[in-house]
Design a protein around this ligand. Sequence first.
Ligand code: FMN
Length: 110
Amino acid sequence: MVQNNVTMLNAGLSKKLVAYFSASGVTRTAAETLAEAAGADLYEIRPEIPYSKSDLNWNNKASRSSVEMNDKSCRPVLSDCNAEIEMYDLIFLGFPIWLAYHNLIQCTQA
Ligand SMILES: Cc1cc2nc3c(=O)[nH]c(=O)nc-3n(C[C@H](O)[C@H](O)[C@H](O)COP(=O)(O)O)c2cc1C
């Protein structure tokens, strides 16, 4: 099974997905570049409520990102669950680092 997957990857036959979350655009640009280079589909993980500029202020302990990151059980609600990840052989996951950790939206069940 592993050997089959490796063979498919080497032959360029595997189906690839770049799934990413980006609050301010940096990860989006990297994900688009990777998807193009790898011949992968692209899927944006979106929060139901987009992060505002003030939500992203890590210097404010009361900002949304600070409150969420201080609660490791927090699972921000997604705007959709349409990634169809079962269709893919290989999935790249892109996300920004928040407070020396991956942001918690990556943990929300799709
Ligand atoms: C709430 C918050 C916390 C962050 N914490 C870190 C950190 O601990 N270390 C780091 O190197 N960058 C940190 N950053 C910077 C982001 O990782 C960086 O700006 C990233 O490129 C943003 O990606 P995006 O534009 O795709 O959202 C933080 C950014 C935010 C908004």
